[in-house]
Design a protein around this ligand. Structure first.
Ligand SMILES: Nc1ncnc2c1ncn2[C@@H]1O[C@H](COP(=O)(O)OP(=O)(O)OP(=O)(O)O)[C@@H](O)[C@H]1O
Length: 451
């Protein structure tokens, strides 16, 4: 039950309000000082305040002073001032000071109930808005405050000011591009271009000219010299998304660019210097691809000077709900709908579903749910989630999570020394290396200490 603080010195009216406002838990105060005590104790979202308080019941000075105190203690509080039936002047003064609304005696239970319900609604909306605003990590589009996201973001803050080539690893739809943009935004290159290219979505024969550009006449249809994405990113940041899908034939040329920071356009004979910070991303297991020789080992080491693992949505706990609410807000605006939230069972199923497509899948499910919803609250059915889809971790997954946690824990205790980490885990150093590769914990290798 929601709490309303009623500040009223007339015991008769207090009783009347008790009978009238049965949907709320009422707490009472009869003067300014007891009002402030109750405010601190209950932190109510809605307060009714009789302006005629002792020691000046015939006037509004004490009531207005009380209003001031309430709003400076709890600025978001919705204060409904109650005045005598001819006292417009003080009512308006109270509104100017920040009161939410006013109401004139005598008390009409129906009207007061409506005003209070509306005050709670506004208060809830404002609270949700504040929560959504504060859910963005730093000055970025990354929403969430789970430990795993904050940890990833702390790495972003550390690497952003440097020029280090970063490899973002994570399942599809986890927000690798969002993280790449966050690195760019926090870097000294922020006012220069951020250019992204998805190596998987461009046919192999076109990828080279997309990346490196081409000279006029380089091939049929090359009517004018055209800059590639690398040159377009000059001075700024280039995201090579799905780098694991870059054909082997192009990997050598890419390595040369990364090592020497020069490019040659297709059909060109001139080396051009470029100043580009490179971020790569993939959902593939590059270490495995290196072992299978489908990805060049030298390129792999060049692009992974530092590796950042982006957690999957199911590893972010309550963030699922926070991101869900933010998306709901966005889709309501986009489709001009008024969906207010999720039913409890929809919320539970969202928390238990495995989200193989991560945030992109959550976006898609919510978009259709907002359009299809019959009521103000999205149900499990609207989301298309049912017990059938609920998450059941495979033993392999359970082992991966447990082993990853144990390795990270041992590594922290061994203050970054891999030999000591292996010793404390009771495995050999080569086995530890194999596990680091298997679970893509490359940041452990990159930050290894000698102690
Ligand atoms: N933390 C987040 N909060 C809210 N929205 C997010 C968050 N992370 C990602 N998104 C949104 O999810 C969608 C997928 O993100 P993004 O394209 O960055 O993922 P990705 O990992 O690069 O995917 P892929 O591997 O398929 O290229 C985007 O629309 C993005 O805006």
């Amino acid at each position: 039950m929601k709490t309303v603080l009623v500040i009223e010195d007339d015991i008769g009216i207090q009783k009347q309000l008790k009978w009238s406002l049965t949907d709320y838990e009422l707490v009472f105060a009869q003067d300014r000082s007891s009002a402030l005590t109750q405010l601190r104790r209950y932190e109510p979202d809605v307060v009714t305040l009789d302006l005629g308080l002792p020691p000046d019941p015939a006037n509004a000075s004490e009531g207005l002073a009380c209003l001031n105190d309430i709003l400076s203690l709890q600025p978001e509080c919705k204060v409904i001032v109650i005045t005598g039936n001819t006292d417009n002047e003080h009512a308006l003064k109270a509104i100017a000071l920040g009161a939410y609304d006013y109401y004139q005696k005598p008390v009409d239970a129906d009207v007061l109930n409506i005003i209070i319900a509306r005050a709670f609604k506004i208060s809830d909306l404002e609270a949700e808005n504040r929560a959504l605003k504060s859910a963005n990590v730093g000055n970025t589009d990354i929403i969430g405050n789970s430990e795993s996201i904050l940890k990833a973001y702390r790495t972003v803050e550390k690497i952003a000011p440097t020029e280090i080539t970063t490899l973002l690893l994570g399942e599809s739809g986890t927000g690798k591009e969002v993280f790449a943009r966050a690195i760019h935004r926090q870097s000294p290159r922020v006012n220069k271009p951020f250019v992204a290219i998805n190596c998987a979505s461009i046919p192999e024969n076109l990828l080279e000219s997309e990346l490196f550009g081409y000279e006029k006449g380089a091939f049929t249809g090359a009517n004018k010299t055209t800059l590639g994405k690398i040159e377009c990113a000059n001075g700024g940041t280039l995201l090579l998304d799905e780098i694991g899908d870059m054909p082997l034939s192009l990997q050598a040329k890419m390595l040369r660019f990364l090592q020497e920071r020069v490019i040659e356009r297709v059909g060109g004979r001139q080396e051009l210097e470029v100043d580009v910070r490179v971020i790569c991303a993939t959902h593939r297991n590059l270490a495995e691809m290196v072992a299978e020789q489908s990805f060049r080992e030298d390129l792999y080491y060049r692009i992974s000077e530092i590796t950042l693992n982006i957690p999957s949505l199911r590893q972010r706990g309550h963030d699922i709900v926070i991101i869900g609410k933010a998306l709901l807000h966005k889709f309501n605006q986009e489709f001009n709908t008024q969906v207010q939230g999720f039913t409890d069972s929809a919320m539970q199923s969202m928390l238990h579903y495995a989200w193989p497509g991560n945030i992109r899948e959550l976006q898609n499910k919510l978009k259709s749910a907002v359009i299809l919803a019959d009521s103000k609250y999205i149900t499990e059915e609207d989301l298309g989630l049912s017990a059938r889809n609920a998450k059941v971790d495979t033993l392999r997954k359970v082992r991966e999570v447990a082993e990853t946690q144990a390795i990270r824990h041992a590594y922290t205790l061994a203050t970054g020394n891999l030999s000591k980490t292996a010793d404390s885990l009771g495995i050999t150093r080569p086995t530890l290396y194999a596990l680091i590769d298997k679970y893509r914990l490359h940041d452990l290798r990159n930050t290894e200490t000698e102690n």
